[in-house]
Write a protein that binds this ligand. Structure first.
Ligand SMILES: Cc1cc2nc3c(=O)[nH]c(=O)nc-3n(C[C@H](O)[C@H](O)[C@H](O)COP(=O)(O)OP(=O)(O)OC[C@H]3O[C@@H](n4cnc5c(N)ncnc54)[C@H](O)[C@@H]3O)c2cc1C
Length: 475
């Protein structure tokens, strides 16, 4: 998010001290417990004979009989062939939805990682499917190649990112899976299949964004960009000013995104553009400090919206707060050490700004919110289950601190996105099932047919996927 110069932290502390007048409302607010019912920060424990698995934010948990970490593709194929129960592949566990949980076998393909082959001239690379995005970026940089775009973190695995249509920011850029030109996977029967657009166009279109429902991917071959450097600029302004320019900024900058700071009237804009020249490197991100400051402001002044806003307006910086140059892969992804839960919907391009305004209005009624709302643009691709396969879309993401309620995402936010033809991010919170999804994706039934043909006994199903695909699940 890049917006802060420690003011908010300092400001938050000053406010708490300055508002010494014991107003009833303030006392009630300061006694408020923001923790959501059932929040449990302790890692799950497993009964005897079981293992424990949890996703990054801790809301998805499982106690499978086995978490298998096969040493190579042959061992993985043997494992899947021999499995009598359900099998789910896990990447780095950074999805918020129930895609991975499984009570039989969770397969971690992290040992199938690293650069397998490359052709720098043709810009083609083959990686193990369990390679993390940052590892791929580093290994590609060493041979003069780079991701054309990256999401805002780079901890995810290749297979996990592609499976959920993980994307970055850029109207003319595409989600990550669009780099894929071929993949290799283990089917439910334990066979190994190589797929390209030429070898099997339908399976290729289905397998790029597969939700891990077709089999376990072992290798991916991708077409990449030559290495490039970027100039990153972060600036802050009033929400209205930035929203008015949003479409123009999104179409003129290579990468462009917005972060709206709820109850402050302010937003931060982040652009990245191709840069040639000496590199400055990037100062350490202050995102965490901004979040802590926004939380402090909520904790101190959330009871009085106008005061909270006035204080934010007076204490937050305006104008350019960051202007750095570096290699693309060092700038496009950052770290997110403060945990949260998230809902992200991809709206048709023309609905983006209206959709964002509707979300801000809904959140105005929720004084407890403080996490920024993210708005990004992504270009069209052709994967069967890609949310971006019918044209560019605008992604709107709401976050809530990991310990705090997120039920309002479903009650207040999701219906707004649904009314605008939004499609959910596959890895982020949503409540949709087969009936809704088959209406949103023209080829959804085709995907379901391909899945059923490859996995007639539902080896790769779990309750969450069964709901998505309209299948019965009997444990
Ligand atoms: C802090 C944070 C920041 C994020 N930022 C972004 C962002 O900027 N943009 C964005 O679009 N998303 C973002 N996400 C979402 C994230 O990119 C996706 O949820 C992604 O799928 C996570 O990848 P993973 O490796 O953790 O996979 P997991 O979450 O472990 O798994 C995701 C899916 O991939 C499948 N899978 C994993 N490995 C294999 C395999 N070998 N074969 C077949 N299927 C497999 C799983 O079965 C599952 O269906 C973010 C998430 C977090 C927590």
């Amino acid at each position: 998010m890049g917006l802060t110069r420690r003011q908010l932290l300092i400001a938050g502390g000053a406010v708490s001290a300055a508002i010494g007048i014991p107003a009833g409302q303030q006392i009630a607010w300061s006694l408020k417990d923001f923790t959501r019912p059932g929040y449990d920060p302790t890692p799950p424990s497993a009964p005897a004979g079981r293992m424990a698995w949890t996703n990054w934010s801790g809301i998805e948990r499982a106690t499978p009989k086995q978490i298998a970490v096969p040493a190579d593709e042959a061992a993985l194929a043997d494992l899947v062939r021999a499995a009598r129960g359900r099998v789910r592949a896990a990447g780095s566990g950074h999805s918020f939805t129930g895609l991975v949980p499984c009570e039989d076998i969770i397969v971690d393909v992290s040992r199938l990682s690293g650069l397998v082959a490359h052709d720098a001239q043709k810009r083609i690379v083959t990686f193990g499917a369990g390679t993390r995005l940052h590892q791929a970026a580093r290994e590609m940089a060493a041979v003069g190649l780079a991701w054309p775009n990256q999401p805002d973190i780079d901890i995810q695995t290749l297979a996990g990112s592609f499976a959920t249509a993980t994307h970055g920011a850029g109207l003319k850029l595409k989600a990550l899976h669009d780099q894929v030109i071929g993949f290799r996977f283990v089917t439910a029967s334990g066979d190994i299949r190589d797929v390209t657009r030429e070898s099997d166009p339908d399976l290729f279109a289905a397998g790029k964004v597969s939700l891990g429902a077709l089999g376990v991917v072992t290798q991916v071959t991708m077409k990449m960009a030559p290495s490039f450097a970027l100039r990153r600029r972060v600036w802050a302004d009033r929400i209205e000013a930035l929203l008015e320019q949003a479409e123009e900024l999104a179409s003129t900058h290579r990468n462009f995104e917005l972060y709206f700071l709820p109850h402050t009237g302010l937003a931060a804009a982040i652009s990245h553009d191709i840069y040639e020249g000496p590199l400055s490197g990037r100062a350490q991100s202050e995102d965490d400090e901004l979040l802590l400051g926004l939380k402090k402001l909520r904790d101190s002044l959330g009871w009085q919206p106008w005061l909270r806003r006035k204080f934010a307006e007076a204490s937050l910086p305006r104008g350019v707060v960051e202007d750095d140059t570096d290699e693309s892969w060092r700038l496009l992804s950052t770290a997110r050490p403060i945990k949260f839960n998230e809902m992200e919907y991809h709206l048709p391009h023309e609905e983006g700004v209206r959709g964002l305004r509707a979300v801000l209005k809904a959140l105005d009624r929720r004084k407890e919110t403080y996490f920024p709302i993210e708005m990004r643009w992504t270009g069209r691709d052709d994967a069967m289950l890609s949310p971006f396969n019918d044209g560019p879309r605008v992604s709107i993401a709401c976050h809530a601190a990991v310990s705090e309620p997120y039920d309002y995402f479903f009650k207040d936010i999701e219906p707004l996105h649904r009314a605008r033809g939004g499609r959910p991010h596959w890895g982020k919170l949503h409540s949709l099932g087969y009936a809704e999804l088959s209406g949103l994706y023209p080829d959804f039934d085709r995907f379901c047919e391909i899945r059923r043909a490859l996995d007639p006994d539902g080896k790769f199903l779990n309750p969450f996927l069964a709901k998505l695909f309209g299948e019965r699940f009997n444990g």
